[in-house]
Design a protein around this ligand. Structure first.
Ligand code: DGL
Length: 261
């Protein structure tokens, strides 16, 4: 069983990629919706949540844990790995490396939550992989909440996206990194805004490949999906078709459930 978690709906983009790469894997998805968004919280708070959820997933028998949240990865993946030394923990980090390798203009941008944008981990990622490239780090407050309320393409979002992207596009950025798993669901609205100038970079599939390398093949898996949320589990389940993930519904054997952790 693979345990996957995020603050809310965003990690479903990673879950969908894993389900595609490992169709027979059993998966447990936990949305920490009682505390969404993480992006405006401090690191100590995020660390405490990640530790609690990671331990819960380990107790449920997960043999691989995926932190399907850039914000949680930046704040807490190292700590979670030390806390669970016997379980592989896969995190997700903004695709700075592929963007820096493929840019033609020498300028890229990364869209992220406030917490990820100011994190040390993002700065060192940029130093390591994008030393010769200009990187615009753009915090996008409120975007994760838009996804939570399934407001994916209203005029308010177009305006906000235009506001966040205009300057970097004007300066020549040709790769826009989606540095938050929620933003995958905003890609259909973002694509026309960057068309002809830049490409969006999403690493959900790369994370899924990493899971395929690490997942235990010995398990008797049947492609089952368990959905859990710390608040409003019914919204988590209802979001699947709304986010274009109706193909995951037949994997559910029971309705999404609330857990109090
Ligand atoms: N989906 C998360 C991420 O990848 C966090 C969004 C939030 O809760 O602010 O960063």
């Amino acid at each position: 069983m693979i345990g996957i978690f995020d603050s809310g709906l965003g990690g479903l983009s990673v879950l969908a990629a894993i389900a595609k790469a490992l169709p027979a894997a059993d998966m447990r998805y936990l949305a920490d919706t009682a505390y969404v968004p993480y992006g405006n919280k401090d690191e100590a708070f995020i660390r405490a949540r990640v530790l609690k959820i990671g331990r819960y997933l380990a107790d449920q028998g997960c043999s691989l844990i995926v932190v399907a949240c850039n914000t949680a990865t930046a704040a807490a993946v190292t700590m979670l790995r030390s806390a669970l030394p016997n379980i592989p923990v896969v995190g997700i980090e903004p695709g700075i490396k592929p963007a820096a390798h493929s840019t033609r203009s020498g300028r890229i941008a990364v869209l992220a939550t406030e917490s990820t944008a100011r994190s040390m981990r993002l700065s060192s990622l940029i130093q390591r992989y994008a030393g010769n490239v200009c990187v615009d780090v753009i915090a996008c407050p409120g975007w994760a909440n838009r996804v939570e309320s399934l407001q994916l393409d209203d005029p308010g979002f177009t305006e906000s996206a235009h506001h966040h992207l205009a300057q970097t596009l004007e300066a020549g950025a040709d790769r826009i990194v989606l540095g938050c798993t929620h933003y995958t669901f905003l890609a259909p609205a973002l694509t026309p805004l960057v068309a002809g100038r830049a490409q969006l970079v999403d690493v959900a599939e790369a994370v899924a490949r990493q899971c395929r390398r690490l997942a235990s093949t010995a398990e008797n898996s049947q492609g089952r999906l368990i959905l859990q949320a710390t608040a409003h589990p019914e919204r988590l389940q209802a979001a699947l078709p709304a986010l274009g993930l109706a193909q995951l519904l037949p994997r559910l054997q029971e309705a999404a459930a609330q857990i109090d952790i």
